[in-house]
Design a protein around this ligand. Structure first.
Ligand code: ATP
Ligand code: MG
Length: 308
């Protein structure tokens, strides 16, 4: 039997016949000293599974790479509308940010992350995000300002991209306005490429009869699937490596399989579960994440662990 002290929480842990019985939920004080001890014990420079979309942790799985290629292709080939969908937490917003860094300076970009806007608010947000000072407060004036901007950029041979994240939340009226925006074109090419990024409901929304005109203009589509088992393994290894792992922390095959089973390959859930697993390792002073640790950590996350 092992008695451990973590922060202010005393934890009793029994290890026998590969069965771990925990008597308290995992707990960790995020002060500097505990953080340093945590990282030192696990042989890490920083936390590998933080929930923030830190670009230095980017892992381009086949799916992420394909989604990115579709976006870049649609922009470069001036396809007008591009639709990118994927399940909740699969990495869509992360990819939008990656795309912004990927495009060259001759491509002017705007990213709208909060699409529960009215038609007027959306126009204002778009104008502002392109770095313009909204000259008018009415839709017509803003529309003209945007049109002028697009023509000027076209004269400089620049491309213009508007990315709208969480597009499943756009109202039908706003979607219709976006379609009208995309009508701005010269005889030869589209002046603005619009990337609609959203959860699967976006696909359903775009299939409504009222949005037939918009649907017909979508030149590129991609639906991002969750990671498969092998990608989950590489994802975990990648994040541990980027976090400076000294290689002594072992993630067993059944540990990976269990993460895959519990997360269904969704990166946000993988992070959540793996972060808990590391906490469990620290609290129970082990450097091996096996199926049992993962099962325990995910039960703990879902509130199934009973504190006695
Ligand atoms: N390719 C990736 N490389 C590294 N981390 C990733 C990747 N994709 C997702 N993540 C991690 O998963 C988390 C969720 O990703 P993100 O917010 O991009 O998902 P989303 O698809 O936009 O989710 P939602 O449907 O809720 O909008 C991110 O904070 C990031 O930590
Ligand atoms: Mg998102």
């Amino acid at each position: 039997m092992l008695a451990l002290l973590c922060g202010s929480v005393a934890i009793l842990c029994f290890r026998g016949e590969d069965l771990l019985v925990r008597r308290a939920p995992l707990s960790y004080n995020e002060d500097n000293r505990s953080r340093t001890m945590y990282l030192e014990f696990l042989g890490l420079r920083e936390k590998p599974f933080a929930m923030t979309a830190d670009p230095s942790f980017l892992y381009l799985s086949k799916k992420h790479r394909e989604a990115l290629s579709h976006m870049v292709y649609g922009v470069r080939e001036r396809k007008g509308f591009i639709e990118i969908t994927g399940e909740v937490g699969t990495g869509k917003t992360t990819l939008c940010k990656v795309l912004l860094r990927h495009l060259d300076p001759t491509t002017k970009t705007a990213l709208i992350l909060q699409p529960t806007l009215s038609e007027l608010q959306l126009l204002q947000a778009v104008v502002q995000d392109f770095g313009l000072n909204p000259m008018r407060t009415n839709g017509f004036g803003l529309f003209n300002q945007l049109n002028r901007f697009l023509l000027e950029e076209a004269e400089r041979s620049n491309n213009v991209v508007l990315i709208i994240d969480e597009a499943q939340n756009l109202s039908l009226r706003v979607l219709e306005q976006i379609r009208i925006l995309s009508n701005l074109e010269t005889d030869k090419e589209k002046l603005i490429q619009i990337i609609l990024v959203g959860q699967p409901q976006l696909r359903e929304k775009l299939s409504l009869p009222a949005l037939e005109q918009l649907r017909q203009r979508i030149g590129v589509r991609y639906h991002m699937m969750p990671l498969d088992l092998d990608e989950v393994r590489t994802y975990i290894e990648h994040r541990l490596r980027v976090a400076g792992s000294d290689g002594l922390l072992e993630w067993t095959l059944d540990g990976v399989e269990e993460v895959y089973r519990c997360s269904k390959g969704i990166p946000r859930l993988i992070n959540l579960i793996c972060d808990r697993c590391l906490l469990a390792c620290y609290v129970f002073r082990v450097k091996r994440v096996d199926g049992e640790i993962v099962r325990y950590s995910s039960r703990e996350l879902s509130g199934e662990v009973v504190v006695s």
